[in-house]
Design a protein around this ligand. Structure first.
Ligand code: GLC
Length: 542
């Protein structure tokens, strides 16, 4: 299947390129940079939500599903983007936020005004359960003066929709069809594994109540129904479900091709290995053993049972992987390229988050007021309430804030990193003086390495199609795996540490060709020394 050869690039539209000077990125900015994306070699671009929204959660609070937020441009700009991207061999993936709407959406407004039909679009109860919102506090808020409560798994301005109501499903499928008709070829479904709530909602003090509404069997039924009603009719369409707090068993079910649910799933387990006791708002080093075993568990099981992973190190909700997994001051380039190999040569579809291909890192902000993200502000207050000093609370925000990834894309060394001529909505960072596209194009190592990985995927079916086996799972420093497809076998070894290490190669690979490495390698020997953050891929054709 062709989709397996594609690499997907994620753009956070607010922060990519501003062409109007209002400090917010826009669709024309994306159009302007299409040749850059084509040069990189990506074939699909995922845009975070661009629909009209009060922007309480940066567009994940939608008030009109079938229009473009004037902040980003017009429908004509969007149609132009689709057409111009297509000319360069790039398709567009949109972000569908179908679990909830903004409380400013007409559906919620009509419900509040007393319209019974629209009240059944939401999840209203006389008594709240003990569930905790993912952004902190109770997951329930008073529904006007009615004495009832409405469910909001995220911010209180994001009201969960009642998927049990067939009219709601029908209305949401119309949304997907609307964008399909515009030529959209990819859909990313936001938090789609929490759409299936039970009829009777129960208290559960485990994991903030998540088991009560996550990956419920009915979710699979809804996805099948959506597939059949919408994208299932177009084999070119790629879908990816964002799965929070999920299991490999469920992700296999979501993605086995014969089940006709989704093409692939995002899970987040590998990005929680630096959480202390499972808590995000902590500061702990990453646990390599856990990271490695998660990769092996997901890699092996998905491979054996024909599921399909979406792999990523960065997105708009995560601090930069370079700051989490690499001694970045000394090893930024080696670390960035090693991390890239670990997922681009893996079994699954790799995603690149804007700026990753030039090795962008977390900003150095000095005050909580520099942050915009609603989740960061809630967390800061919660940390203070727990008794942390402002300095200690701020240090955690600096490490964990989602704004780490949302800073403006760094194009060059001009004002605001070449992102805007105005004042950026979120401050650009001093790192742009050295880390930017223009500098990277003149002698940087990361961008050309990504180009090469993307090209290899198209030329070597073992990368796109091969099976997955764990290699040296006990190694204290190396994450290794073997891929096999027809007459090709590929061995990939990645040193996750700043110290050199030795790895013993299986005889079959000693005579292999070096397909790609990020550090000088003169000779492949059975006992291979890997330099700090070195990655080596060896190919054998039988
Ligand atoms: C997803 C999005 C995140 C958003 C949340 C609620 O996790 O990636 O940015 O805040 O859903 O829609």
């Amino acid at each position: 299947m062709l989709f397996k050869e594609k690499v997907i690039y994620q753009i956070y539209p607010k922060s990519f390129k501003d062409t109007t000077g209002n400090g917010v990125g826009d669709l024309n900015g994306i159009i302007e940079k299409l040749p850059y994306l084509a040069e990189l070699g990506v074939e699909m671009v995922w845009l975070n939500p661009i629909f009209p929204s009060p922007q309480k959660d940066n567009g994940y609070d939608i008030k009109d599903y079938m229009a473009i937020d004037p902040l980003f441009g017009t429908m004509a700009d969007f149609e132009n983007l689709i057409a111009q991207a297509k000319d360069l061999g790039i398709e567009i993936m949109l972000d569908m936020v179908l679990n909830h709407v903004s409380t400013e959406h007409p559906w919620f407004q009509k419900a509040l005004a007393g319209d019974k039909r629209y009240q059944d679009y939401f999840i209203l109860r006389d008594e709240p359960t003990d569930w905790v919102s993912k952004f902190g506090g109770s997951a329930w808020a008073p529904f006007g003066q009615s004495g009832k409560y409405y469910l909001h798994l995220y911010d209180k301005t994001q009201a969960d929709l009642n998927w049990r109501n067939p009219e709601v499903r029908e209305a949401l499928f119309e949304v997907v069809k609307f964008w399909q008709a515009k030529g959209v070829k990819g859909f990313r479904f936001d938090v789609i594994n929490v759409i299936g709530k039970d009829e009777v909602l129960k208290d559960n003090d485990q994991f903030d109540g998540k088991p009560e509404y996550t990956d419920r069997p009915i979710t699979h039924t809804y996805l099948k129904e959506m597939n059949q009603a919408t994208y299932g009719n177009d084999p070119e369409i790629i879908t990816v479900g964002e799965m929070s707090f999920t299991t490999v068993e469920n992700c296999i079910l979501y993605t086995q091709p014969e089940r006709h649910e989704l093409t692939m799933t995002f899970n987040f387990h590998h990005l929680k290995v630096d959480y202390e006791n499972g808590q995000k708002w902590t500061d702990a080093p990453f646990d390599f053993e856990q990271l490695k075993s998660l990769f092996h568990e997901w890699g092996t099981q998905m491979s054996e049972q024909t599921g399909w992973n979406a792999w990523f190190w960065n997105n708009h909700d995560q601090p930069r992987a370079l700051n989490r997994f690499v001694e970045v001051e000394q090893y930024r380039e080696a670390g960035a390229t090693m991390l890239a190999s670990a997922i681009h040569l893996n079994r699954g579809t790799p995603y690149i988050y804007m700026g990753e291909e030039i090795g962008m890192i977390d900003p150095t902000y000095h005050s909580i007021h520099d942050y915009v993200d609603i989740e960061s502000h809630n967390a800061y207050q919660a940390l203070l309430a727990q008794g942390l000093t402002p300095a200690a609370a701020f240090a955690i925000i600096q490490k964990k804030s989602r704004d780490n990834a949302r800073i403006p894309m760094q194009w060059d060394t001009s004002a605001n990193a070449g992102f805007t001529t105005g004042t950026p909505w979120l401050a650009s960072d001093q790192q742009a003086e050295t880390i930017n596209v223009a500098a990277e194009k003149h002698g940087g190592k990361i961008f050309p390495y990504y180009q090469k990985l993307i090209a290899l995927r198209k030329n070597y079916p073992v990368i796109a199609q091969g099976t997955y086996e764990a290699f040296v799972p006990e190694h204290p420093q190396v994450y290794g795996f073997i891929r096999r497809y027809e007459n090709q076998s590929l061995l990939v070894v990645n040193n996750f540490y700043a110290a050199e290490t030795l790895v013993e190669l299986p005889a079959e690979f000693v005579a292999g060709d070096v397909l790609i490495t990020n550090t000088e390698l003169t000779e492949v020997t059975q006992k291979l020394t890997l330099q700090p953050y070195q990655t080596v891929a060896l190919l054998v054709e039988h």
